[in-house]
Ligand binder design. Structure first.
Ligand code: GTS
Length: 215
């Protein structure tokens, strides 16, 4: 399997953490696509992913799978023992719902803030910016943090009692929020406790060590 990504990117982090959770990191070859140079908007990359975003998984038969959720789903069921995306229909439904919610309410909102209300990837990549929209999305992300704080007051993990793809999605949002210096409000204690807990997982520690090493 090949993964096209940018090693320290927040969305790529979701797939790298999922790979580590599944013990699949040694089976993957990583190909670096330089976001800061805008390589993801060039025709060669757009041929791999119409949306021009990372990461993209390419299977050995050439099949291309983009979108973190779709890639994680694929990786999780490969061994016939899904541990991240649910075993029962209800678990699967809840995990997908909460994963999407972590994207809509936090991670994607932080991303829009980054691309529209900060210099983002620089003027040669950010050809259109709408600062007002970006700032609205920053406020949406802050509301999202408060929502997830409420969720995490009621249960240990985002979609229930077990760590899942939804936790990885929320963690991706937190990684992005930290990069753009958008801290989780101090009073969101449940969210902070959850973050401390998931940060102890070997998959997350390994990701952080990899990023620290490459900077
Ligand atoms: N919905 C996509 C997914 O889930 O995979 C979003 C992917 C995404 O936005 N990836 C970022 C990207 O390609 C990578 S990173 O910023 O997290 O490193 N951004 C570039 C751009 O121009 O939007």
């Amino acid at each position: 399997m090949t993964i096209f990504d940018w090693h320290s990117g927040p969305y790529p982090a979701r797939v790298r953490i999922a790979l580590a959770e599944k013990g699949l990191l040694p089976k993957v070859e990583f190909v670096s696509v330089n976001l800061w140079k805008g390589e993801h908007k060039q025709p060669a990359f757009l041929a791999l992913n119409y949306s021009g975003t990372l990461p993209v998984l390419q299977l050995d038969d050439g099949t291309l799978i983009a979108e973190c959720t779709a890639i994680t789903q694929y990786l999780d069921v490969l061994d016939g023992n899904p541990t991240l995306t649910g075993k029962t229909p209800a678990e699967q439904g809840l995990i997908h719902m909460m994963t999407k919610r972590a994207e809509i309410e936090l991670m994607d909102a932080v991303s829009v803030y980054f691309h529209h209300a900060t210099p983002g990837l620089g003027p040669h990549v950010e050809l259109y910016q709408n600062a007002e929209w970006g700032l609205r999305m920053r406020d949406k992300a802050l509301r999202g943090m408060r929502y997830f704080d409420e969720v995490l007051k009621r249960r240990s993990y985002v979609a229930g009692d077990e760590f899942s793809m939804a936790d990885i999605a929320l963690l991706g949002g937190m990684i992005f929020a930290a990069l753009v210096e958008l801290p989780v409000p101090e009073e969101c204690e449940a969210m902070h406790a959850w973050h401390a807990r998931v940060s102890k997982r070997p998959s997350v520690r390994a990701w952080r060590a990899m990023v620290a090493q490459t900077h």
